[in-house]
Write a protein that binds this ligand. Structure first.
Ligand code: GRF
Length: 201
């Protein structure tokens, strides 16, 4: 049975694009819905190009609105791909262990409230860490705190800028997230990836 996926977005949507490209005809999972909290999210155009229904949430903090969309499209798994707000607690409770998020650093470090976008990479560089990467984790009621399912590591290089590091991490994200979704489709629920997905610059 095909796993039905909703992808929640706030911005550009390159991770959505990576999923849409991986989950073509015949794939065990399919993106059936895109939810955005922002009407100007570039991800909405990507959904339209792929003929995937997309909607802008009138109130992203309203669990009733979320649940109505997820139930209407019979969603099995929710993927947060650059979604910057907290998912309402009632939605997390109803879809417990069926919501995953991708974060552009190696959690548990460099996560939590306010740690998104450029700030994450700035913090990694400021820390002197020799590597960074991407993390996919289960979503609970807190930012970036649920169980880690998979990570992909990339090196921090001498002279790295936040933008350069972000681009290297993003390339790793585009491999990691589809891999986690395919594993979830095979298992019927999100599962830890058996092998680390390594990435090279
Ligand atoms: C990614 O770096 C993701 O890890 C973070 O936000 C960014 C979204 O990029 N949560 P995109 O919208 O998928 O291009």
């Amino acid at each position: 049975m095909t796993m039905r996926i909703a992808v929640a977005v706030s911005g550009r949507g390159s991770n959505l694009e990576a999923l849409l490209r991986t989950l073509g005809p015949g794939a065990p999972a399919r993106v059936v819905l895109v939810l955005s909290n922002r009407p100007d999210a570039g991800a909405l155009a990507r959904a339209a190009e792929h003929g995937v229904p997309a909607t802008v949430l009138a109130d992203a903090g309203d669990p009733g609105e979320w649940l109505e969309w997820l139930e209407r499209h019979r969603v099995d798994l929710v993927v947060l791909a650059g979604y910057l707000k907290l998912v309402p607690a009632a939605v997390v409770a109803k879809y417990r262990d069926r919501i995953v998020n991708i974060h552009p650093a190696l959690l548990p470090a460099f996560g939590g409230p306010g740690m998104y976008g450029r700030r994450v990479h700035q913090a990694v560089l400021a820390s002197g860490a020799p590597e960074s990467g991407a993390t996919v984790h289960l979503v609970d009621e807190h930012y970036d705190r649920g169980a880690v399912l998979a990570q992909a590591r990339v090196p921090v290089l001498p002279g790295d800028t936040p933008e350069g590091l972000a681009a290297r991490v993003l390339a790793a994200e585009h491999r990691l997230l589809p891999a986690v979704v395919l594993a979830a489709a095979a298992a019927g629920r999100p599962v830890p990836l058996p092998q680390p997905v390594e990435s090279h610059p």
